[in-house]
Design a protein around this ligand. Structure first.
Ligand SMILES: [Zn+2]
Length: 322
């Protein structure tokens, strides 16, 4: 039997796991709650159990495990450096040393969005592109860059933080410590906050109806529905966020002249209003060369981009060059 690989995508609320062969066809998919408040040891124990369960279901031990973490990882040492959104922030947890004996194979770590970029590069739209950038649009805006078919990691594995490029010099304060980052303007929470503001100001009657006046139910999806039903101010808010995103995408296009830009994550599901605005903004802002050959597409892999990136990471021995 050909070699089989395992992948784990560690998120703040869920752990996604999968096993697949080198063709990227998923043989098994499982998930478990992260319960991050229990601390790194308990979470890693849960990950080991998840991988062991998948190995039993598939009937073969994986040749390697690729694991994505929400933050900075030390690729060579196989440990976490800093996961800002998890309790205790997981500073210098030797994940590989703890997990490897339990799952019976080598364990490789990578930032989660860089891992999703690797997934898209290996099994998604990236198969026909050599230089690409991935924008993961969700609670924050993550990113990843591949140049000439190779993921660009930089000395700390931190290259490609596309959500933290400055768009407005004196804009809102960002979680990273800077101001006016793309993430503060076009992430899910940024778009939602604008929807809530419009609802409270009485400028979003359709949105008010859709959520029954309950601001906790406002999200980008409801806002798209409200815009389609006639809320012009809500439509403008979505377009403005998409223009900011388009400026960020345009900066990347100017720097790299890539074949492909992939927009993934929940906010990308806004659909044509987002994609058309981003494409138009890129055409309007990038004037030094024609951009018609730069494709801007939704992720081909959708929610599986992360775990398929983990499979690719396992296949490629953690991208560690000997
Ligand atoms: Zn930032």
């Amino acid at each position: 039997m050909a070699e089989v690989y395992a992948a784990v995508d560690l998120g703040g609320t869920n752990i996604a796991g999968a096993m697949a062969g080198s063709d990227g066809r998923l043989l098994c998919e499982r998930s478990a709650p992260t319960r991050s408040h229990e601390g790194p040891q308990a979470v890693l124990e849960r990950i080991a159990t998840l991988v062991q369960g998948m190995s039993q279901a598939v009937g073969v031990r994986p040749a390697a495990l690729g694991m994505g973490v929400p933050g900075l990882a030390d690729l060579k040492a196989g440990g976490t450096r800093f996961l800002p959104n998890l309790p205790t922030q997981w500073r210098d947890i030797p994940v590989r040393d703890i997990l490897s004996p339990k799952v019976g194979c080598p364990v490789y770590l990578l930032n989660d969005v860089r891992m999703a970029t690797l997934g898209e590069l290996t099994f998604g739209h990236g198969r026909t592109a050599s230089t690409m950038a991935f924008f993961a649009l969700g609670t924050g805006i993550g990113g990843g860059i591949a140049v000439d078919g190779k993921l660009r990691l930089g000395p700390l594995g931190a290259a490609g933080e596309l959500g933290h490029q400055t768009i407005i010099p004196d804009g809102p304060r960002c979680g990273c410590g800077s101001r006016g980052c793309l993430e503060t303007l076009a992430s899910g929470p940024a778009i939602t906050a604008e929807g809530i503001r419009l609802l409270k100001a009485g400028q979003a009657p359709r949105l008010h109806e859709l959520v029954g006046g309950d601001v906790s139910r406002v999200d980008p999806r409801e806002m798209v529905a409200a815009a389609a039903a006639g809320d012009e101010a809500v439509r403008e808010a979505i377009v403005r966020a998409a223009e900011y995103l388009g400026i960020g995408v345009g900066n990347v296009v100017t720097a790299l002249h890539p074949d492909l830009i992939v927009l993934g994550g929940g906010v990308a599901q806004i659909g044509p209003l987002l994609f058309d605005t981003v494409r138009e903004t890129v055409r309007g802002r990038v004037r030094m060369f024609p951009t018609d050959d730069v494709q801007i597409k939704p992720s081909l892999l959708g929610n599986s981009a992360g775990v398929l990136g983990g499979i690719a990471l396992a296949m490629k021995n953690g991208l560690i060059e000997s």
